[in-house]
Design a protein around this ligand. Structure first.
Ligand SMILES: Nc1ncnc2c1ncn2[C@@H]1O[C@H](COP(=O)(O)OP(=O)(O)OP(=O)(O)O)[C@@H](O)[C@H]1O
Length: 265
């Protein structure tokens, strides 16, 4: 087992409300992990802590940094990212695919991927080597476009894409930074059945073909069971269960947590 992301006693309180409560998790590089839980369970807050949008009230977050950024790692190769700025966490290798809002709609798909790649490399405009760099950049961006099967729409403006393709662009942008971990927020939200199936296949294939570890939040239980090797269940901010889809779906506390949600609606 190789841990890529780890939390210890991770806690976030908003006044008296404890949205994430003393959560210990270790995410393995060989597994697709989904974080699930009823409405208000703390999933978004947990993600915001991991990506640096929120500073924890207590606890630690550690990340296996991407290649070339691991100089600061401690003996198990993990870097403490607690309290660091989102851009710094992203540079270290944790990339978050946001719903739509990190895609520049007025630009083509390939330009979006090129920009993400530039931000990763902090390439400077060195006039003498610019042409060579531009070619390398374009080649690298194309690799990502091929990996995410976006060839047919590579030159299209993102504003003209289908919802399913925009979500693929988000993943391409995240992958362009060579991350060790990608956090996806409900990757199949708003998709029809066929788009959903394609997204599940895409994430599973990317998991096999890249060194990146995927972590998802997702409401659609069919997707969760179909895509995940491991599921973490939050309820009222606490981690109430974790395991394989079969184990988690059979867990009495998980059934109760979701039953409670159904009664409220
Ligand atoms: N910025 C904030 N200030 C105060 N309370 C917050 C804040 N963000 C979240 N909360 C509260 O923390 C709890 C967890 O919310 P969170 O959005 O993390 O849950 P969630 O599992 O993502 O829910 P959903 O599935 O409905 O999106 C909720 O009670 C919510 O009202």
């Amino acid at each position: 087992m190789t841990t890529v992301l780890q939390t210890e006693s991770l806690t976030k309180a908003f006044g008296r409300l404890v949205a994430v409560d003393d959560v210990d998790v270790a995410i393995d590089s060989s597994e697709i992990t989904s974080i699930i839980g009823p409405n208000g369970a703390g999933k978004t807050t947990f993600y915001n802590l991991l990506s640096g949008q929120y500073t924890p009230t207590e606890g630690e977050i550690r990340l296996r940094a991407r290649d070339g950024e691991d100089g600061e790692g401690d003996e198990d190769g993990l870097v403490t990212i607690t309290g660091r700025e989102p851009h710094e966490i992203s540079r270290l290798g944790l990339s978050r695919g946001y719903q739509i809002n990190n895609v520049f709609e007025g630009l083509s798909v390939i330009d979006n991927v090129r920009i993400a790649r530039i931000s990763r490399d902090k390439r400077t405009l060195d006039l003498f080597s610019r042409a060579t760099k531009d070619q390398a950049l374009t080649d690298e961006a194309w690799d990502v476009i091929e990996l995410t099967r976006l060839e047919d729409v590579a030159e299209s403006k993102c504003a003209n894409l289908s919802h399913g393709d925009v979500r693929k662009v988000e993943i391409a942008i995240a992958l362009a930074t060579d991350p060790s971990v990608v956090l996806l927020d409900e990757p199949t939200a708003g998709m029809n059945a066929s788009e959903t199936r394609k997204m599940v296949d895409l994430v599973r294939r990317l998991d096999r073909e890249t060194d990146t570890t995927f972590v998802l939040t997702e409401h659609d239980m069919e997707v969760v069971v179909g895509i995940s090797d491991r599921i973490l269940v939050l309820d009222n901010g606490s981690l109430i269960a974790q395991g394989t889809p079969e184990d988690v779906m059979a867990d009495e506390r998980v059934k109760e947590a979701y039953l409670g949600e159904g009664e409220e609606q």
